[in-house]
Each structure stands twice: as C-alpha cells, then as structure tokens.
Design a protein around this ligand. Structure first.
Ligand SMILES: CCc1ncnc2c1ncn2[C@@H]1O[C@H](/C=C/CNC(=O)c2cc(-c3ccc(F)cc3)cc(O)c2O)[C@@H](O)[C@H]1O
Ligand SMILES: [Mg+2]
Length: 214
C-alpha cells in the first residue's frame, strides 16, 4: 500500500536524524520539507520566532493545539526547563501515531504528553485530568477556524493568567481573520505580529503573539 506523507516524513527523521537529538530531528524534517515534500510544519523561519518566544518566556506549562507530525512539539520541548511539561492535542489518530514516533526519536517523551482528541473535548479537562493550574504558553497551529472558539474556551475554563501567552501560527496564510480581530481589539490582550514567511516558501505569513492581561 502507498505510504502517506507523514509516514515519509517520519522515515526521513529515522534515516537522517540522530536518536535523542531534538535539533537533528527538526533539521531532518526541514530538509525533507524543503527539498522533498512540502508539509505544514511551522518550519525553520517561523520556528526561530517560536524559539525566541519560548526561550524568553521559559514556560513551565505549555499547551499545543494541533500536533500534526510533532515538528513544533519537538522544537518547543527541546527548549523547556527540566520540570516543564508540554501537552499537545491531536485528533487525527494517524497523525498522532506519527508524531508519537517523532517525539520518541527526539527522546522527549518525558516532557511531552500527546493526547489524541479534540481541543473542544480536552481543554475543559486540563485541570482535573492533567493537574494543570494555569497555562504559561499556548501554541495554536490547528484548524484556523478553531483558533477563536478555543481561545474563548481557554478563557472560560480559567486556564489563562495575567502574562499567559497565546502564539498563533498562520495568521496571514491560510489566515484566521476572526481570531486576529479579536485579540487585536480586546482590551484583555496585548497583541504583536511577527512578520515572516509561509514555511519553506516566499509567501507572506506570520505569528501573532498575544499576552493575556487578566
Ligand atoms: C477540533 C480541534 C482540533 N483538535 C485537535 N487537533 C486538531 C483540531 N483541529 C485540527 N487538528 C489537527 O491539527 C492539524 C491541523 C492543522 C491545520 N493547519 C493548516 O491548515 C495549515 C495550512 C497551511 C497551508 C496549507 C496550504 C497552503 F497553500 C498554505 C498554507 C500552513 C500551515 O502552517 C498550517 O498550519 C492536524 O494535525 C489536525 O488533525
Ligand atoms: Mg501552521
């Protein structure tokens, strides 16, 4: 049977990356997507912006919405302090299976909790199920129409504190106009746009960083 693109991406990691070396996993995926097959990872250019936001924040608890193949999961987790935790939600079981193996190849299983299911189902369970008190960082990279409803759900579930950061991928391409309007207009957020390019292309895209003001 034909392999899928995520399966071929995993193959490139297992072939070209060193077990237990997260940066080599990130590099192997970027090489594969730049030279072999494009895939919707945040990529190396926007990835550097992601790295700087994570490093500056030094978050103890991170939530990622939309694992896909685990590229940004590995990229974020490789920068977290020793006891920090990253919970990543992915509702496609095939993608979750690939991401699980990419995370294992990077040797980051201890820092990452991959949950198979939808954000709508699991965000309300964060506190009781994972013992999460507050989220320091949320990286949004799932369906773009879900950015806004999930942001409101995070607020309603009391998961954001003064200083919590929402970092959203693709606010230009494919775009999430309703989300952008909301965080830029709301007095409860201090929002900032980091201009960049769509992964592995010259098209414009960017990340929106929004700090919750409480
Ligand atoms: C139900 C809530 C919910 N709960 C849990 N997991 C969820 C979920 N909703 C979705 N997922 C999973 O997240 C990932 C989806 C990601 C969606 N991302 C883009 O569509 C995208 C597109 C381009 C682009 C494509 C083509 C172009 F021409 C240009 C740009 C570039 C990008 O960086 C992009 O992120 C998948 O793993 C879903 O299974
Ligand atoms: Mg994206």
């Amino acid at each position: 049977t034909q392999s899928t693109r995520p399966q071929r991406l995993l193959g490139a990691v297992q072939k070209n990356a060193t077990r237990g070396d997260p940066r080599s996993v990130v590099k192997a995926i970027d090489e594969f997507c730049r030279h072999k097959e494009w895939a919707m990872n945040v990529g190396d250019e926007k990835g550097c912006i992601l790295d700087s936001v994570v490093s500056e924040l030094n978050p103890a608890t991170v939530l990622e919405l939309g694992t896909y193949c685990g590229y940004s999961t590995v990229r974020i987790a490789s920068l977290l302090p020793p006891h920090a935790k990253l919970i990543t939600l992915e509702f496609n079981p095939d993608y979750a299976k690939i991401a699980c193996q990419v995370i294992a190849w990077a040797g980051l299983e201890d820092k990452i909790q991959l949950v198979e299911g939808s954000s709508a189902e699991w965000i309300p369970k964060m506190k009781e199920h994972f013992g999460v008190k507050m989220l320091d960082l949320v990286f949004m990279d799932h369906w773009k129409d879900d950015y806004l409803p999930d942001t409101k759900l995070l607020e309603d579930c009391g998961l954001l504190r003064k200083g919590s950061v929402l970092l959203a991928d693709n606010v230009i391409c494919p775009g999430s106009p309703d989300y952008l309007k909301y965080v830029r207009r709301s007095p409860r957020y201090k929002s900032q746009y980091f201009r960049s390019h769509l992964e592995y292309t010259k098209a414009e895209d960017g990340l929106e960083k929004s700090v919750f003001l409480g």
